[in-house]
Each structure stands twice: as structure tokens, then as C-alpha cells.
Design a protein around this ligand. Structure first.
Ligand code: HEC
Ligand code: HEC
Ligand code: HEC
Ligand code: HEC
Ligand code: HEC
Ligand code: HEC
Ligand code: HEC
Ligand code: HEC
Length: 375
């Protein structure tokens, strides 16, 4: 069974690779914009697209890489990163990587990512953990710009070292993911205001140009969880493979934005899934059961709860635990989530691990879950 699924994933992976290629001369996902154009920066877009520019300030994309200026901590809409790692002042930090959602890492004044035992700040716990602690500080280049910046050009492709810092393995036009990261170079469009001069790519493979991990689109796992930034890989492993991310997401609105509506997201599930008996279960709704936190970015609260909602929607109803979710020595996930991830968000396993609800064995869960929506 597991073998069959993995083979299927590999075939799918090859297909996914096909639709994702096309990034040869430009590292960004929107290289379809003609190369003679230039990146002009999101401030220029704001002149005419004010509403979108305002809305996007509550979205995580723009906060992916934050310059430290005047020795001050960067500011975020909902979180804060109180200090750099022990032994560093804000004056010793050039950029903070992340800090909007799950965790923050730090770039030193030479452009290298700071490594060590307690150099990653975890927002949920306000605690610190290690990052490449076997590598000396001052040796790990910042080569993450393809997915974290706008207009990234790596030094391998002839880019400069950003801000003249040797550790920066490329240059960018703006730190963070801004308008032109998704819409391509805008220099001609700001002159012409023509829709023909700007990219409007609604395909999930555009988002998938960053929300993936490996070219083969297998779902990487480690430490008993799916690894983060694989939403595209997760999604194309199941029945949603043909959906665009923007069926469910407003590309300009973050899911923590005060005007984002969880209820509207929930209603969307039922727009497409009509007809069956989709009754809710004691406070569990479609999203709770079908997008459990089987993925981990920064910290897990227990063995069943990571900190990112998976985009694998299919559930394996057999009475098997999470070990059945992995193959290849726990390094890859199959495209079905096991019941323990789903149901122990609320119920407890026989050892008392999980949520605050009644204890249930995997057999009891399986009996209830099998044919769940069939009256
Ligand atoms: C001088 C005003 C102006 C500026 C500056 C401007 N735009 Fe536009 N933009 C427009 C107008 C007007 C339209 C509507 C064009 C139409 O529908 O024919 C538009 C349409 C668009 C569209 C939709 C295209 C489509 O296919 O429907 C996108 C995406 C877009 N702009 C992005 C940007 C980005 C990114 C920037 C900054 C790089 C930017 N715009 C700067 C005026 C501007
Ligand atoms: C994460 C990727 C992403 C970023 C960042 C982004 N956009 Fe978009 N944008 C999209 C996608 C995808 C669509 C198409 C949505 C659709 O057709 O439903 C879109 C549509 C648009 C449109 C036309 C439709 C509309 O909603 O009016 C405009 C104008 C636009 N974007 C401008 C901008 C500007 C200006 C910025 C920066 C302030 C920006 N976008 C940042 C992905 C992005
Ligand atoms: C293939 C694209 C890609 C590459 C390459 C990449 N990341 Fe990310 N990263 C993402 C995406 C997408 C997210 C957010 C979604 C998620 O975590 O599932 C993210 C999230 C993060 C976060 C958490 C942000 C927050 O606000 O909590 C940190 C920190 C981070 N990445 C660090 C790095 C570092 C350091 C590198 C380079 C060594 C790197 N990433 C390379 C795509 C990428
Ligand atoms: C735009 C339409 C659309 C929306 C919106 C949508 N789905 Fe689906 N869903 C599909 C299609 C198409 C399939 C695959 C064919 C099928 O099984 O009916 C699918 C399959 C599924 C499956 C079966 C598992 C799998 O991978 O095939 C689950 C579970 C599911 N969807 C849950 C959800 C949930 C939960 C939501 C809301 C967050 C949602 N869907 C929103 C279209 C949609
Ligand atoms: C250039 C790379 C890139 C592209 C393209 C991209 N993302 Fe992201 N996305 C990221 C990174 C990096 C983060 C983490 C941002 C942070 O934590 O500061 C992120 C975070 C997110 C989040 C969580 C943050 C929030 O505020 O809700 C959602 C949802 C998301 N992306 C959806 C999308 C969708 C949908 C698309 C396509 C329309 C898309 N992304 C395109 C890199 C990208
Ligand atoms: C069937 C609907 C659906 C589709 C398609 C979909 N998402 Fe989501 N996504 C959601 C929902 C629902 C949430 C959770 C929203 C909430 O918590 O209110 C979410 C959350 C996220 C998050 C944040 C996860 C977290 O735990 O904070 C990211 C990042 C994300 N989506 C990226 C993507 C990307 C990239 C794609 C396309 C490859 C995509 N999504 C396609 C429904 C969808
Ligand atoms: C959002 C929390 C939540 C999730 C997720 C959840 N449950 Fe429940 N469940 C409850 C609550 C609350 C009750 C009633 C009180 C109790 O038993 O703790 C309950 C009761 C039950 C019962 C006994 C009564 C009945 O309805 O038959 C079974 C069996 C059950 N759940 C199975 C499952 C299975 C199987 C899953 C996963 C597919 C699941 N639950 C996921 C909260 C949840
Ligand atoms: C208590 C957890 C739970 C909730 C809540 C829940 N589901 Fe499911 N769903 C399941 C389980 C378990 C299966 C697998 C059933 C099987 O394979 O026999 C499933 C299967 C599905 C399937 C696959 C086809 C089918 O009917 O078996 C779809 C589609 C689906 N759910 C959509 C939804 C939607 C939409 C909602 C919200 C309206 C929802 N589910 C709410 C647990 C849940």
C-alpha cells in the first residue's frame, strides 16, 4: 500500500517538475516577464493600487526578510522578536529572517546566517533553539533569497553580494516577498498601466515556486512531522492537485489579517463538497479534521501537534499510528494523514497524550472514522 502510494507520488512529482520549470535566467517564480524590464519596487505600485498595498501589510510575505536599521528591532503586525541571540546586539545584525509567523533567524554584518545552539527564536514558546550548530558562525551564506526576497539574483547567476556583504550569496531589489515577486518586473507597466505589461499568474505552480521543498515534489519529513514550506507538494499529492491556491486564498490577504474570515474559508469547502453527509463532530469542522497540524516549522506541542496545517486533505482510516505516514526511513510522507494526527488534537491516546477530550484507542477511532460521511 505504502509502496503504491510512493510510486504514485513519484509520477506526480515528475509531472509537477514539468509545470514548475521556466526559472532559468531569473531565480524568481515569475520569470515569464521579459528580461529587459526592471524591478522598480512596491512603493511605485502603491501609487495606483492603494487598497492592495494597504491590505498586504498584514500579510506575512513582506516580512520574510527584514533589514535592521538604526539598531532597532524590526516591527511586525502581530508578533515581536525581542532580542537577537545572546552575545549579539541589534547593531551586530544586518537582517532578521522571518519573525512574522513561527520563528526568526539572524544574519550578521558580513551577510552570514548566525549558527549555534540557541540562535533561532521560536515565537510560540518565546524560546531559543539551535540552527546548524555544527557549523561555525560566520560561515553559512545567506542563499535563501529565491523564496524570501523580490528580484533575487544569485552570485552564481552573476548577481552581486547584497549590501557588499560577502555572506550574501546574491542581490535583491527588496527584502521580503513583495508585488514583483509574484507579478514580475513592473517597469513597463508603471509607464503604460496596461494589463499586458504585467504578469497575472493564477496557477498554483506560481505559489508552488516557493511553497515547495524539492524539485521531485515528494513530501519531505523529519522528526515525526512533515517539513515546512511544502504546501504545494502536499496539495498535489491528493484530489486538490488541480486546484489553484487562490481558490481558497486571497493572495494579498494574510490569514491572520483581522478582516480574514475563517467562516468564509469553511464555507468554501462546502461550495465544492455538496451532497454528502458532512455533519460536524463536537466542535471539529472540515478544516480541523482535514488540515491538522501534521507539519512543523518551529516547535511541536506534542508528538501529534506541529505548528503548520498540512495541505494533505486525505485521511487514512486504518487503525495505524503516525509511523504509517512515512516511508524511506521517515524521510518522506505518503499522501494520507493518519488518524492520530487528526483525532488526538482533541482526544487522548491510551497514554494520555493529545488533547483534553476522552481517551480513544486507534481501533475506536478507526471504527468511527471509516465511512465517516456515509450515513
Ligand atoms: C500609474 C498607475 C499604475 C501603477 C504605478 C501600477 N499599476 Fe498596475 N494597473 C494599473 C491599471 C490602470 C490597471 C488596469 C489595467 C487594465 O485593466 O487594463 C492595472 C492592472 C494591474 C494588474 C492586473 C493585470 C491583469 O492582467 O488584470 C496587476 C497584477 C498590476 N496592475 C500590478 C501592478 C504592480 C505589481 C505594480 C508595481 C510594479 C503596478 N501594478 C503599478 C495602473 C498602475
Ligand atoms: C504572493 C503573490 C502576490 C503578491 C506578493 C502580490 N500579488 Fe497581486 N495578485 C496575485 C495573484 C495570484 C493575483 C490574481 C488574483 C485573481 O485573479 O483572483 C493578483 C492580482 C492582482 C491585481 C488584479 C486583481 C485585483 O485584485 O485587483 C492587482 C492590481 C495586483 N495583484 C496588484 C498587486 C500589488 C500592487 C502588489 C503589491 C502591493 C501585489 N499585487 C502583490 C499575487 C500576488
Ligand atoms: C523553496 C523556497 C524556500 C527556500 C529556499 C527557503 N525558504 Fe524559508 N520559508 C519558505 C516558505 C514558503 C516559508 C513559509 C511557509 C512555511 O514555513 O511552510 C518559509 C519560512 C521560513 C521561516 C519562518 C518565517 C516566520 O515568519 O516564522 C524561516 C525563519 C525561514 N523560512 C528560514 C529560511 C532560511 C534560513 C533559508 C535558507 C537557508 C530558507 N528559509 C530557504 C520558503 C523557502
Ligand atoms: C474549488 C473546489 C474545491 C474546494 C473549494 C474544496 N475542495 Fe476538496 N476536493 C475538490 C476536488 C475536485 C477533489 C477531488 C475529487 C473528489 O474527491 O471529489 C477534492 C477532494 C477532497 C478530499 C478527499 C481527499 C483527497 O485528497 O482527494 C477532501 C478530504 C477534501 N477535498 C476536503 C476539502 C476541505 C476540507 C475543503 C475546505 C478547506 C475543500 N476540500 C475545498 C474540490 C474542492
Ligand atoms: C517568492 C516566494 C513566494 C511566492 C511566489 C509565494 N509565497 Fe507564500 N510565502 C512565502 C514565504 C517566504 C512565506 C513566509 C512569510 C513570513 O513568515 O514572513 C509565505 C507565507 C504564506 C502564507 C502564510 C502567511 C500569511 O500571512 O497568511 C500564505 C497563506 C501564503 N504564503 C500563500 C501563498 C499563495 C496563495 C501564493 C500564490 C498566490 C504564494 N504564497 C506565493 C513565499 C512565497
Ligand atoms: C482547499 C482550500 C485550500 C487550498 C487549495 C490551499 N489552501 Fe492554504 N490554507 C487553507 C486553509 C483553510 C488554511 C487555514 C486558514 C486558517 O487557519 O484560517 C490554509 C493555510 C495556509 C498556510 C498557513 C498554514 C498555517 O498553519 O498557518 C499556508 C502557508 C498556505 N495555506 C499556503 C497555501 C498554498 C501555497 C497553496 C497552494 C499550493 C494553498 N495554501 C492551497 C486552504 C487552502
Ligand atoms: C475538535 C475536537 C475533536 C476532534 C478533532 C475529534 N473529536 Fe471526537 N469528540 C470530541 C468531543 C468534544 C467529543 C465528546 C466528548 C468526549 O468524548 O470527549 C467527541 C466524541 C467522540 C466519540 C464518542 C461519541 C461519538 O460521537 O461516537 C468518538 C468515537 C469520537 N469522538 C471519534 C473521533 C474521531 C474518529 C476523530 C478523528 C477522525 C475525532 N473524534 C476527532 C472532539 C473531537
Ligand atoms: C471528525 C472529523 C471530520 C470532519 C469534521 C470532517 N471530515 Fe471529511 N472525512 C473524515 C474522515 C475520517 C474521512 C475518511 C472517510 C473514509 O475514508 O472512509 C473523511 C472523508 C472526506 C472526503 C472524501 C470523500 C468521502 O466522502 O469520504 C471529503 C471530500 C470530505 N471528507 C470532506 C469534508 C468536508 C467538506 C467537511 C466539512 C463540511 C468534512 N469533511 C468534515 C473526517 C472528517
Amino acid at each position: 500500500m505504502v509502496k503504491k502510494v510512493s510510486l504514485m507520488l513519484m509520477i506526480l512529482g515528475a509531472f509537477g517538475f514539468f509545470i514548475l520549470t521556466g526559472c532559468e535566467d531569473d531565480d524568481s517564480p515569475t520569470s515569464s516577464a521579459p528580461a529587459e524590464l526592471e524591478y522598480i519596487g512596491s512603493d511605485a505600485c502603491a501609487e495606483c493600487h492603494e487598497a492592495i498595498s494597504d491590505k498586504i501589510t498584514n500579510n506575512g510575505h513582506g516580512y520574510k526578510l527584514n533589514k535592521v536599521e538604526n539598531g532597532q528591532a524590526p516591527s511586525y503586525p502581530y508578533t515581536n522578536v525581542p532580542t537577537p541571540p545572546v552575545g549579539y546586539d541589534w547593531d551586530d545584525i544586518s537582517y532578521v529572517i522571518g519573525g512574522f509567523g513561527w520563528k526568526a533567524r539572524f544574519v550578521d554584518l558580513q551577510g552570514y546566517i548566525i549558527t549555534g545552539d540557541a540562535v533561532q527564536y521560536n515565537i510560540e514558546t518565546s524560546g531559543w533553539s539551535g540552527y546548524h550548530s555544527d557549523e561555525d558562525p560566520g560561515t553559512k551564506p545567506y542563499n535563501c533569497g529565491r523564496c524570501h526576497t523580490t528580484g533575487w539574483k544569485s552570485t552564481d547567476d552573476g548577481g552581486a553580494h547584497q549590501d557588499g556583504m560577502p555572506g550574501m550569496a546574491g542581490q535583491f531589489s527588496e527584502p521580503g516577498v513583495h508585488c514583483e515577486a509574484c507579478h514580475g518586473r513592473g517597469s513597463r507597466h508603471v509607464e503604460s498601466s496596461s494589463a499586458d505589461d504585467i504578469v497575472r499568474d493564477t496557477n498554483s505552480s506560481m505559489c508552488g515556486g516557493c511553497h515547495y521543498r524539492n524539485e521531485n515534489h515528494l513530501i519531505d519529513a523529519s522528526g515525526g512531522f512533515i517539513r515546512h514550506h511544502e504546501q504545494y507538494d502536499e496539495m498535489i499529492s491528493g484530489g486538490h492537485r488541480g486546484l489553484d491556491c487562490i481558490e481558497c486564498h486571497d493572495p494579498h490577504q494574510g490569514i491572520q489579517d483581522p478582516s480574514y474570515s475563517y467562516a468564509a474559508s469553511l464555507a468554501k469547502c462546502q461550495e465544492c463538497h455538496t451532497g454528502a453527509n458532512y455533519a460536524m463532530h463536537n466542535g471539529a469542522d472540515c478544516i480541523k479534521c482535514h488540515m491538522p497540524e501534521a507539519t512543523k516549522s518551529a516547535v511541536a506541542s506534542n508528538v501529534y501537534n506541529g505548528d503548520l496545517m498540512t495541505h494533505i486533505f486525505a485521511i487514512n482510516t486504518e487503525a495505524v499510528g503516525k509511523d504509517a505516514m512515512w516511508y524511506s526511513d521517515g524521510k518522506k510522507a505518503v499522501g494520507e494523514v493518519t488518524l492520530d494526527f487528526v483525532c488526538y488534537q482533541c482526544h487522548q491516546d491510551p497514554d494520555g497524550v493529545g488533547g483534553a477530550g476522552s481517551p480513544k484507542t486507534l481501533e475506536e477511532l478507526s471504527a468511527k472514522a471509516t465511512g465517516y460521511h456515509t450515513p
